[in-house]
Every structure is written in C-alpha cells, then in structure tokens.
Design a protein around this ligand. Structure first.
Ligand code: NAG
Ligand code: NAG
Length: 371
C-alpha cells in the first residue's frame, strides 16, 4: 500500500519537477510566497494581487452541479478607466489556469506584464477561474476537503462541471459570447469540452497556451516510466485522495486527475477516466473501455489560437504536432498557430517577455474576431 502511494506521489513530483525546472527560478520565488498563505488564505486574489495595482476587482463564487464552490475573480475594466458601467459592453474573457497552480499564478508578473491586467487595460472584462481543490476553491455544499469523497474526481469533472459552471455564470452576467484563454490543463479540458460540443454556443474564441492533449512525448523519462508502469495499480488500490505534499506548496489536485493524465501518457489517446477494470468501466460508462474525447469533432469554424514552446517538456513539440494533425480539417482562417522556440511550459504564464511574444499575439487574435 505504501509502495503504491509512493508511486502515485512519484508521478505528481514528476509533473511538479517538469513545471519547476521550466520556470527559470520564477516558481522558486513563488512557492515561498504561497506557503505564507497555506490552508485558508486570509485575503482573496483580488485584494492581494489586483486591487493593490489600482484595478477594480470582484470576488465571486460559482457552485458546480456537483456541489463544488469555486472562486472567481472579475476585473471589469482597465486601470485608467473611470466610472463603473463599462463592463456591460465589453467582451468577457475567462482565464483558466493549469495543473497544480491556481488563478493567482497569472498575476505573479507585474501589472504591465501579466495577462489578466493586460487584457483589462485593453478593454476586456476579465474573469479568472480557480478549479476545485485549489486554495480559493476548497468549499463544497456538503463535502469536506479533509475527506476522500471531496477528491473523488478526475479532469473529466473539470470538463463536465467546473468549466460549464464558470461559462454559464459569466454568460448569464454579461450576455456576451466568451473569449477563453487556457494554459496547460486549462487547454486540455477546453479541447475535451469543445469536442463534445459543450460551451461552444457561449464561446467566441479560444486561445490555448502550451496545449496538452497528447502526452506521449513528455520529456521526463522518470515521469513516463512511472506513468506507464504503475497507473493501474494506483487507480484501484489507492482510490481517491488529495495530492498536496506538505512543505511543497503547489495547489492541490486529486489523485484521480494525476492518474487520468498518466493514462494519457500511457495510451496516447484522449479518453475519459479509465477505471482499469472492465466491470467498473461498464458500471460508469456502459462500456468496457472509457469513451474517447474525439478532437476531430471540435467545430471547424471555432476561432482557435495555439501557442506552444520549443523547450516545453510537458507540451512536447511532437505531441502538439499530433494535436495540429487532428485539427488539420479545421477551417484554415480559424486556426492561428504560434511557435516560440525558446519557451518552456511556465514561460507562457510568467515569462519575462510573455507580453511581447505571447500576450500581444493573443490580443491580436481576439481583435481579429471583431472583423
Ligand atoms: C467515488 O464516486 C463513485 C461514483 O462515481 C463511487 O462509486 C465511489 O464510491 C466514490 N468514492 C468515494 C471515496 O467517495
Ligand atoms: C473521430 O471522429 C471522426 C470524425 O467525426 C471520425 O472519422 C473518427 O473515426 C473518430 N475517431 C474515433 C477514434 O472514433
């Protein structure tokens, strides 16, 4: 039992190691800051990282259909704007973070350099999402995060519950079609949703930074070996729990999410969580194998922007190539692709020149959708 737990942790640490080795020290300064605010942060993200820079910011909550209470920050206007009614006519942007981080990560760079505040200053109504289990999204209508039942989800639930809850809320508040920006896991869950025809009616366009959909070429050998060998046993023996190693302050996620990602590494296809037992799969899906997310079914006229890096160990160039191959029948004028040769996974959220290289391209992509 302990051995299996060790392997599970190993996979997690591989993912963390990839993230940590990819950020040129930015994360090192980030983790100590985070650890000061470990379990129940006194101030929200608005207070700590937005209002202090002179922007308006609202802390909001959204409850998913399965009872998770998610925190959401809205930055309705740019710093220079006066008055409060401008948000109604603006286009909303939902910003969705990746694996083992939360919405705060987008705000680590200074106000002139980080994506949410740049978008606000460029006239967008910005909404920062925080997935279940992260520091500011740890409440549930009935479950306690100290119990396994709270952590009984994989990224399938982010697809079926978290994203729709946030989209429905933003759409209901703004009445406008939504632009989406996802990083890492935030791209995977979006692509999976779009492939099932979900969210697309509320969506104007999507920018996918450091996309992960296929993980076969992920570069950390240890991570791949661990994922390939042990995933089945972890699933059935370890069951469900929170991954949140003490003294090492990434955001929590569920064991099932890590196992689910490891399954993608192992099989090279994108499917729902595999219970690794035909009878369990049959019980959950009515089939002995989990249903696949068929990315060919993403509407071909959906405006997509994809930016990927040449030094990204998680979103490997070959795996992105695989994704682009799947998207080859996408309408040519609806797909923009940017390749940043020297960029690693976390550079897309905290690279010192992310504004010049990536965010300006995202802004240009959004602007093209007005035409
Ligand atoms: C997790 O949810 C499944 C139903 O999807 C249920 O069969 C199982 O008992 C749950 N496990 C825990 C620990 O809550
Ligand atoms: C995915 O969908 C495409 C087009 O709808 C279809 O041709 C293809 O066979 C599907 N792939 C799988 C693995 O089901």
């Amino acid at each position: 039992m302990e051995g299996k737990l060790g392997f599970g942790a190993l996979i997690l640490f591989c993912f963390i190691a990839i993230l940590a080795t990819q950020v040129d020290g930015a994360l090192a300064s980030f983790f100590p800051r985070k650890s000061a605010s470990s379990s129940s942060p006194p101030d929200g993200i608005c207070a700590s990282s937005v209002i202090i820079h002179g922007y308006k910011c609202q802390e909001l909550q959204v409850t998913t259909k399965d009872g998770y209470i998610l925190s959401l920050q809205r930055i309705p206007q740019g710093r220079a704007e006066v008055g409060g009614s401008g948000a109604n006519k603006k286009q909303p942007v939902i910003i969705q973070h990746g694996l083992i981080v939360d919405g705060l990560t987008w705000l680590i760079n200074g106000p002139e350099q980080n994506l949410p505040l740049i978008l606000a200053d460029n006239g967008y109504d910005v909404w920062i999402a925080n997935t279940r289990g992260t520091s500011y999204s740890r409440r549930h209508v009935s479950l306690d995060p100290s119990t396994p039942a709270y952590w009984n989800w994989s990224w399938d639930e982010l697809v079926s519950y978290d994203l729709p809850a946030v989209f429905d809320y933003v759409y209901s508040q703004t009445g406008q079609k939504i632009n989406y920006v996802g990083h890492s896991l935030g791209t995977l869950i979006a692509l999976a949703s779009f492939s099932e025809g979900n969210l697309v009616n509320q969506l104007k366009s999507a920018a996918l930074l450091s996309p992960i959909a296929y993980l076969s070429h992920m570069k950390t050998a240890l991570g791949v070996v661990a994922a390939k060998s042990f995933v089945g046993e972890i699933t059935t023996i370890l069951g469900v729990a929170e991954f949140n190693p003490k003294g090492n302050e990434p955001q929590a996620t569920s064991t099932k999410t890590m196992v689910h990602l490891a399954q993608t590494v192992r099989r090279g296809i994108l499917s729902k969580f595999n219970y690794e037992r035909p009878d369990y799969n049959l019980m959950h899906y009515g089939e002995e194998l989990p249903p696949i997310y068929n990315l060919s079914n993403i509407p071909h006229n959906l405006p997509l922007f994809i930016s990927y890096g040449g030094q990204d160990a998680l979103s490997d160039v070959l795996d992105v190539g695989n994704l682009l191959d799947i998207l080859r029948s996408h309408d040519v004028d609806k797909l923009s692709v940017q390749f940043v040769k020297n960029y690693a996974h976390a550079d897309f959220i905290m690279g010192f020149n992310a504004k010049d290289i990536v965010y300006n391209a995202v802004l240009a992509f959004f602007k093209r959708q007005f035409a």
